[in-house]
Design a protein around this ligand. Structure first.
Ligand code: GLN
Length: 238
């Protein structure tokens, strides 16, 4: 089995080393004998979504998001067809905000891709801390780190998780992120997938199923990841 991962705009959207999530996907595929490759698309490159199985859209500052939103206009239709066709997407922070209709900042409006019916508005102050979620996609709690000025409103869409510790989408709703078809949008930055291998496997599984039909992933030894997860949950939830 083969998977192709598309990394969109690592030149502009790569806060907190979001590309570490790709290293995790590649490794978990390799350990199972799944042939995975990654194509990085810089902002001037043409993106051929028909060759992609997983797309990663990382985080960025407001300034970088403003630059990226101009490029996104060109790929919007193809990206939408990919999403509606069950393509797998992981969109983190600035990338998550860009999935929606817009991100309204104090300096102007950043138009989004309109792939998911959500919107973001800049609030007073930033929501910065570790975060823990209860997500339907993972049996273990999801642990991560958030740092965002935007408050995201997802309407009737499914959240990625319920906040057990931290702020989440808007600091009030008690929910974090969004799940739409095979798209996961989240504010959880940095090594999200290494910290939450079950989410990595969820994305791999969905991508393989779309391509090959029903697939069972062979289990991996995640003892260390489980210990790290339990440590963080104990530390923050005491
Ligand atoms: N610029 C956005 C915000 O502050 C997203 C930041 C990020 O990707 N960390 O809300």
């Amino acid at each position: 089995m083969k998977l192709t991962i598309g990394h969109l705009y690592p030149d502009l959207l790569n806060l907190y080393g979001d590309r570490g999530n790709i290293a995790c996907l590649m490794k978990r595929c390799a350990w199972r004998g799944i042939e995975a490759r990654t194509i990085g698309y810089e902002s001037e490159d043409r993106v051929d979504f028909s060759t992609l199985d997983i797309v990663l859209l990382g985080g960025g500052s407001d300034r970088e998001q403003m630059l990226v939103c101009e490029k996104l206009k060109k790929i919007r239709r193809d990206f939408q067809a990919y999403v509606e066709g069950g393509g797998v997407v992981l969109a983190v922070c600035g990338g998550y905000q860009l999935l929606g209709r817009y991100y309204k900042t104090k300096d102007g409006l950043i138009k989004g891709l309109e792939l998911v019916d959500l919107y973001t508005e800049q609030g007073d102050g930033r929501l910065i801390d570790n975060i823990i979620l209860d997500s339907p996609l993972c049996e273990m709690p999801v642990v991560g780190f958030e740092n965002h000025g935007g408050r995201t409103y997802i309407g009737e869409n499914r959240p990625f998780g319920k906040v057990l510790y931290g702020s989440g989408n808007d600091g009030r709703s008690g929910y974090e992120g969004v799940i739409y078809k095979n798209v996961v949008g989240t504010y959880l930055h940095g090594p999200l997938l290494p910290k939450n291998p079950q989410l990595a496997d969820y994305l791999i599984q969905k991508a393989l199923e779309r391509k090959y039909g029903s697939v069972t992933l062979s289990p991996l030894d995640d003892t260390q990841e489980r210990e790290a997860n339990a440590y963080m949950v104990n530390r923050l939830m005491k």
